[in-house]
Design a protein around this ligand. Structure first.
Ligand SMILES: [Zn+2]
Length: 388
């Protein structure tokens, strides 16, 4: 209000009259309207006839439902409610105010109409509010047709699958499992198996030595340990990990699994070897052709590599079999008499045969896997294909 009293301090026509009384009179002449705004309510009340009131009420009745239905959120619902039936500025409250200006005889009819419209709109607002609350509680929309996420199941490694299957087939043929240490005495790993210390075959077997222990280079030491411990007849299968001075490339690994087999009894011949291993190959690979090729191992004599028809190309030649049509699956032979004697078995009375196979190579041949390193990568995308 200070700005409305410029005459007190600022220069102007009253300056110079000097008397306080004059100043007070000048203040009083300030128009009342500008000093204090008049209440607006009186002037804003629309004066209506009954027809105009009815028309306004019906218009509200007609507009309301669409506005309420259009409220898609709780905020929009609140806006719609304030606009339609809000106590201070809603369209209904304006009607109710106008009601008081109608002629007394018309007020009863107009009041009933306004109440009816009010009840209708409030019922619609309540229903819409309940629906919006339900939607909010349901949370975001869910696609119920989306397929569920399958539970993640582990699987047995392809190499372990081969070992399990080999063990199972030989179990049916009367073999039992024998195990030995992976850190083996050099005598069990080499000397007892007829390896001369300077033999070229030793090159592949130069692995890590731990004083007089060596990381075993094959599972064959288990043969000697078993022969020392149990009298013939013996039919054992010895699965386990072995180590070599091999590079880690597409077909070699410095650590791999091996499965060893040994049979020792009276009268065992090469025919037993061929019959048993052929039976195994036909069980493991399905009906297939086999062949034996002469080979050399220090601890068997005679020795033979065993091949089966390539399962990928059925013998016509492919990269897996290097176009030969055959895949080598194991080495075998008649147990060298020196090995039997080293283990304290009478080699004049007993004979035996043995074999050793690499389940990783077998898994490669079986599944047409081009690189042995894939088996050791622990890549889930590869391994989960073997989940059953
Ligand atoms: Zn092939």
């Amino acid at each position: 209000m200070a700005s409305r009293r410029p005459s007190r301090n600022a220069g102007g026509p009253t300056q110079g009259f000097g008397s306080p009384l004059t100043l007070a009179i000048a203040l009083d002449f300030t128009p009342a309207v500008t000093r204090r705004p008049a209440p607006l309510t009186v002037s804003r009340i629309p004066r209506m006839t009954l027809d105009e009131f009815k028309s306004a009420a019906e218009s509200l009745r007609a507009d309301g439902p669409a506005q309420i239905a259009a409220a898609a959120t709780l905020e929009a619902w609140t806006d719609a409610r304030n606009h339609l039936v809000g106590r201070t500025s809603g369209r209904l409250s304006e009607l109710m105010t106008a009601l008081g200006t109608l002629p007394k005889d018309d007020r009863r009819e107009a009041g009933q109409l306004a109440n009816a419209v009010k009840q209708e709109l409030e019922a619609l607002l309540d229903a819409r509010h309940a629906e919006l609350m339900r939607q909010q509680q349901r949370g975001p929309a869910i696609d119920r047709t989306m397929p569920g996420r399958a539970a993640w199941r582990g699987s047995v490694h392809p190499v372990s699958l081969v070992i399990d299957e080999v063990v199972e087939i030989f179990r049916e043929l009367g073999f039992t499992i024998a195990l030995g240490p992976e850190a083996e005495h050099a005598w069990y790993n080499f000397g007892a198996l007829n390896f001369p210390a300077d033999h070229p075959a030793m090159d592949l077997h130069d692995t890590l030595y731990l004083d007089d222990l060596v990381l075993r280079t094959h599972t064959s030491p288990v043969q000697v340990r078993t022969l020392q411990q149990y009298p013939p007849p013996i039919r054992i299968l010895a699965p386990g990990n072995v180590y070599r001075a091999d590079p880690f490339d597409a077909s070699h690994a410095p650590m791999f699994s091996q499965v060893e087999g040994l049979v020792v009894d009276e009268g065992i011949t090469f025919a037993d070897l061929k019959a048993t291993l052929t039976r195994f190959a036909n069980r493991f690979f399905g009906e297939t052709k086999t062949r034996f090729r002469p080979s050399f191992f220090p601890f068997t004599e005679p020795s033979a590599e065993m091949d089966v028809r390539c399962g990928v190309c059925k013998g016509t030649g492919c990269p897996v079999c290097k176009n030969s049509g055959w895949v080598e699956i194991l080495g075998s032979g008649m147990v060298h008499p020196a090995v039997l004697e080293n283990a304290g078995i009478d080699s004049e009375r007993y004979t035996g045969w043995a074999f050793g196979m690499g389940p990783a190579r077998t898994a490669l041949a079986r599944h047409g896997i081009p690189d042995i390193r894939i088996l050791y990568d622990s890549d889930v995308r590869f391994l989960e294909q073997f989940a059953r």
